[in-house]
Design a protein around this ligand. Structure first.
Ligand SMILES: Nc1ncnc2c1ncn2[C@@H]1O[C@H](COP(=O)(O)OP(=O)(O)OP(=O)(O)O)[C@@H](O)[C@H]1O
Length: 576
């Protein structure tokens, strides 16, 4: 939790200033009942108008001072709160950007969104209260009790009973509420997750007529959230009647006992009025504890959730001894005894893979779904690290490259093309920040998408909605291929990225890629794509079963023959 609050450091001066102003307000608040007592005893009881005006003027002056201090304090408190929110959001964003795939698996998107929004807001609320009332309330309680003792210690003795009683009770509530609010945030994560899945899959839900099922799922998550929110708020609410009861009883006691003491000549009427006033202020400060409790508990739970992200260990780091001189220049790829297991799994998904790919060679990787093709791909740009063995690029272990040099040399097109909100031009340029217009058009032409873009009313300026809703699946695939080509990568990796293309377009695309003179790895399910490769890697259940050209594999591999026959029929397979 400390990790979060260290970001307040740049604002310590502002905070000290805000607290100084808060102390001014507090001092005024503590002095007013004292002066009120004086005004009653020296002015009102004796009928001395000058004394009443004298004390009255002092009290008005002090009230104005407190008013001004309050306004300036609010200004500084808001400033600190919003700056802190800005900074922590920035830090959180940078941290998530550095996350490895493993980290991302641990923190689902919905949970990160809740942390970025709701959790940060909870901490901000807590800080604002911290600067406005969190310190003021306990100090007011302490100061009020001291002042009451100064005014008349006999009557003030009642505070020694009521104040510890109330504070003990509230501490108990804080402890319980802290745990409950942590659970509330978790349930909020769930609601966000279900909502996110629903919003992104709304078309599928409609097509499958799953509205009712999804509504029930959302209702389930929402009911859970309501249940925990209700329980935690109920807890806070039950504290109020207890507080009010103790407060009213103490007021009655002060009036009763004050009356006796005035009769005995041990106290004056003004003393009783001042102590009643202090009791009211102290009780109000304690009753504020209810809100404070809620704010502290929520802030604590949220700060912990933010700290968890900020403290998360990033397992895929650039090695300390990474060599700044290493560059991928030729694009030779070698897997040496590589095994890989996802951190969440007990079994390897790739076992002891060994192969080499020569510079500029074109390799097609074919195999059943789940055979490990994507997993193999992810090891090359170090989206995950191998569990055993080594991946070499141009003879150097990938872990010895500076991350920037490694990934800059690789053009990666993932299985599900993801486009960002913005124009088509911006999406292609995303692959190379300083790309010229000519480069963008060339990449689009090579990716076989230029004509389609040119036909759009706004051409390259056409805005793509969230995730590119106004482009077809095949068009999105080609825009993301253009985004990879514009980098002129040394190694191009297409993860089933041509699946939605017709044979003619795909063949033109593969021809264009040939001119890029890069090592090309293509994961594919289509035999026609595999046939265009220099070599085909046949994968099955995490193993590299066979390697060879189409005609070789047709002779040597039963599995390959079966795949070909499944796509072209027995007769067709032999005519290929
Ligand atoms: N992030 C992950 N965490 C845990 N297991 C995973 C993860 N991604 C994939 N797997 C598992 O690893 C195995 C290989 O998956 P992979 O995606 O590499 O297969 P694939 O050959 O690319 O399949 P497809 O052709 O369907 O894309 C599968 O059993 C899959 O369930």
């Amino acid at each position: 939790m400390k990790h979060v609050f260290k970001y307040l450091k740049p604002y310590y001066l502002h905070m000290i200033f805000a607290w100084a102003l808060m102390l001014t307000e507090l001092a005024v608040e503590l002095m007013l009942p004292f002066f009120l007592g004086k005004m009653i005893d020296q002015g009102i009881v004796t009928g001395d108008l000058d004394t009443i005006i004298y004390w009255g003027s002092i009290m008005v002056g002090l009230a104005l001072l407190s008013f001004a201090a309050g306004i300036i304090n609010s200004f500084y408190s808001a400033h600190v709160t919003f700056r802190f929110g800005y900074d922590i959001r920035q830090k959180l964003f940078e941290k998530v950007q550095a996350f490895s795939f493993k980290n991302l698996n641990e923190y689902p998107t919905s949970s990160l969104i809740t942390r970025f929004t709701n959790d940060i807001r909870m901490i901000q609320n807590g800080i604002f209260m911290g600067l406005r009332i969190m310190l003021r309330a306990p100090l007011l309680v302490l100061g009020g009790v001291i002042m009451a003792f100064i005014v008349n210690w006999r009557i003030a003795l009642i505070f020694l009973v009521t104040v510890p009683l109330l504070i003990g009770f509230l501490l108990l509530i804080v402890k319980k509420a802290g745990k409950l609010f942590g659970k509330v945030q978790e349930r909020l994560d769930n609601v966000n997750r279900v909502m996110q899945e629903n919003l992104s899959g709304i078309r599928l839900i409609k097509a499958f007529l799953r509205k009712k099922h999804e509504t029930n799922r959302f209702m389930g998550a929402n009911t859970e959230l309501m249940k925990y929110t209700k329980t935690s708020l109920r807890l806070i609410e039950t504290s109020m009647p207890v507080l009010l009861f103790v407060m009213n009883m103490s007021l009655l006691f002060i009036l009763w006992y004050g009356n006796i003491e005035v009769g005995r000549g041990n106290a004056q009427v003004g003393d009783v009025a001042a102590i009643i006033n202090y009791a009211l202020r102290v009780s109000m400060a304690i009753s504020m504890f209810g809100f404070l409790t809620m704010a502290i508990a929520r802030m604590k739970a949220s700060a912990e959730r933010i700290s968890n992200v900020l403290d998360a260990e990033i397992d895929l780091l650039e090695a300390d001894d990474a060599n700044d001189q290493y560059r991928v220049t030729d694009g030779a790829v070698e897997f040496s005894n590589v095994s890989f297991r996802y951190p969440s799994l007990k079994e390897d998904v790739l076992s002891e893979l060994s192969f080499t790919v020569k510079p500029k060679e074109k390799i097609a990787i074919i195999g059943a779904t789940g055979s490990g093709k994507t997993s193999l791909f992810q090891l090359i740009p170090r989206l995950y690290d191998v569990s055993e063995g080594t991946v070499y690029l141009d003879g150097h272990d990938v872990r010895q490259f500076k991350m920037d040099h490694l990934r800059r040399a690789i053009g990666f097109v993932p299985q599900a093309p993801l486009l960002f909100t913005g124009s088509i031009r911006e999406n292609i340029r995303w692959g190379k920040n300083d790309a010229t217009e000519a480069e963008i058009i060339q990449a689009a032409k090579d990716a076989q998408i230029h004509d389609t873009i040119a036909d759009l009313p706004n051409g390259y300026d056409t805005k793509i909605g969230q995730k590119g809703v106004n482009l077809s699946g095949g068009q999105k695939q080609r825009v993301s291929i253009a985004r990879a080509l514009i980098r002129h990568p040394k190694i191009l990796m297409l993860d089933d990225s041509t699946s939605a293309l017709d044979l003619k377009t795909e063949s033109r695309l593969l021809d264009a890629i040939h001119d890029y003179q890069c090592t090309t790895l293509i994961v594919t399910q289509k035999v026609t794509t595999a046939m265009s490769a220099d070599r085909i890697f046949l994968m099955d259940d995490g193993e590299l079963l066979d390697v060879g050209r189409h005609d070789e594999l047709m002779k040597t591999s039963d599995l390959y023959r079966k795949i070909v026959e499944s796509q072209f029929g027995k007769e067709g397979a032999h005519e290929l």
